[in-house]
Design a protein around this ligand. Sequence first.
Ligand SMILES: *Cc1c(COP(=O)(O)O)cnc(C)c1O
Length: 358
Amino acid sequence: MNFCSDGLQALEPYIPGEQPQVADLVKLNTNENPYGPSPQVIAAIAQAAQQGLQLYPDPLSLRLRQAIAQHHASAGIDAAQVFVGNGSDEVLGHAFRALFVRPGRKLLMPDISYSFYKVYCQLHGIEMQQVPLREDWRIAVEDYLAIDPASCAGVVLANPNAPTGMALPLQDIERLAAHFTQSAVLIDEAYVDFGAQSAVQLVARYPNLLVVHTLSKSWALAGLRVGFAMAQAPLIEALVRVKDSFNSYPLGRLAQVGAQAALQDWAYYRDCTARIVATRQALAQALQQRGFEVLPSCANFLFVRHRQHAGAQLYAGLRERQVLVRHFDKPRLGEHLRISIGTPEQSQALLAALDALL
Ligand SMILES: *Cc1c(COP(=O)(O)O)cnc(C)c1O
């Protein structure tokens, strides 16, 4: 007996990285932040837990949106230009529903990118056109500019891209926004704080641009589930229409106050981010010395391939030695590993396990 639609049956859901229930693993598989959130976040959540949990939260998350706008004030963002959701995955899901369901047109995206994009397309019946990365793993903006914008439902890119970690310069994002004027250009900046240029400063000039951020990576709050989007008000209103047709209260009280406290303590996160970038550089060098090719990363992970050893074997060997990294069993990616940047101690544990293996 089959109670759901053929479309749902045919869809391949996203598979998140493993969250093992055993302790003592060196966990470098889901790009979590090794340093944990600001102490002010914990204090704000503890205080909010004392009172008011019997009441629904603010459905508009106004204070949080104001704190996000404040953090991006130099780009001229105000609260009406901010949308928040239960993790950026939810923000992305709503954005696909709101902006890219345009029958007869195709949504452009890189063939190798965050694999959730394809799932949202299947879920919402959006046709996609995957634009191949170049041989050197680069997103070539020229390839997108060669496509007739009238045939497109929009563009979605992760910048830096996942799982390569490579970033596009701001001018390239601007060229996309200027070419696809009649459809939305969504830039998923989950990793932008680790070294890429944010397109948020283009929002004031491009009414078709939607920039999506998450508190899960640089803000060390993957467990709280908060993501947000910034765009001119009409795009934000389209996302709000979807949200209010789905769940009026996507963020609980604790998530709203915790996220707000995080955004008000950027100094703490700036330090953590600088440490992660330094650890990334040291680890990239150590891996190169051990025979790995390492793509230039602007994110909190490295995408690497060993010259002699197969990706699947390395993954399994590391796992046996209590080190968990991410391996994608997919065309073109199978020889690679994606390694999240942890603490310097976690890097040492990874390198020790590799030295035992190689
Ligand atoms: C981690 C990640 C997300 C999801 O973040 P959440 O806010 O935790 O849902 C979105 N896009 C990319 C490219 C990511 O790597």
